[in-house]
Design a protein around this ligand. Structure first.
Ligand code: Z5A
Length: 202
């Protein structure tokens, strides 16, 4: 019988280094690397609508439903089959982002956001979520110029999002590990590898 792959997710605010760290860990584990919103052709189309919709107004609930619509396709088409085939998956963002951004950031009721996530994932949850945590001031510097609709939401929004991530990490026990992301990319990658090795011994 094939051993199921491990599902490892990076979470954090913009500029925290997820897109730098996720490929490094995926290479280290020979895992499938993917991201959200996106990861499949149709989910990438939804990503375009969500992040680069220009003048098109999206209501907060529409944003939530599009995020989880992209996830539903991603899970069924890519993540679940890969894990079932025995390969590890490293994903840049997952349901934690929806709770932090659409729940804490946009202020939608958390119970609605959780139900929407469950509908999309059919119960699939990461084996390990690594939260890359940066002080807000450093995150703002790394974010640099605003490049998409959600990034443009303002500092208060991004502070609420980070508070959401930190609350989730406290609540989720050892399924979420927080990594201080202030070191160099190599230093952070070493911390991440050590966490994975400690969890699974490889
Ligand atoms: N979103 C949502 O609202 N709800 C959801 O359910 C989901 C997502 C799934 C996706 O944007 C947006 O969708 C995101 C959340 C929302 N919106 N916002 N805002 P994305 O995928 O385009 O972008 P991102 O996830 O926000 O990532 P990012 O801006 O690319 O940041 P990052 O991946 O965390 O960081 P990075 O690209 O690796 O690094 C940023 C810069 O810092 C870059 O110049 C690096 O070279 C540099 N860097 C990275 N690591 C270091 C270290 N260690 N030291 C110094 N400099 C570093």
């Amino acid at each position: 019988m094939t051993t199921r792959g491990r599902f490892i997710v990076f979470e954090g605010g913009e500029g925290s280094g997820k897109s730098t760290q996720a490929p490094l860990l995926a290479e280290h584990l020979d895992a499938l690397l993917t991201r959200e919103p996106g990861g499949t052709a149709s989910a990438e189309r939804i990503r375009e609508l969500l992040l680069h919709s220009g003048d098109l107004h999206l209501a907060d609930r529409t944003e939530l439903l599009l995020m989880v619509a992209a996830r539903a396709q991603h899970v069924v088409e890519l993540i679940e089959p890969t894990l079932s085939a025995g390969r590890d998956v490293v994903c840049d963002r997952f349901s934690g982002s929806t709770i932090a951004y659409q729940g804490y950031g946009r202020g939608l009721p958390l119970e609605d956001v959780v139900v929407a996530c469950e509908l999309a994932t059919l119960g699939l949850a990461p084996d390990l979520t690594i939260l890359l945590d940066l002080p807000d001031s450093l995150a703002a510097t790394r974010r640099g110029t605003v490049s998409d609709r959600i990034e443009a939401a303002g500092d208060d929004f991004h502070q609420r999002v980070m508070e959401g991530f930190r609350t989730l990490a406290r609540a989720e026990g050892d399924r979420w590990i927080t990594v201080e992301a202030t070191g160099t990319p190599d230093e952070v990658a070493e911390l991440v590898r050590a966490i994975v090795a400690e969890r699974w011994g490889s």
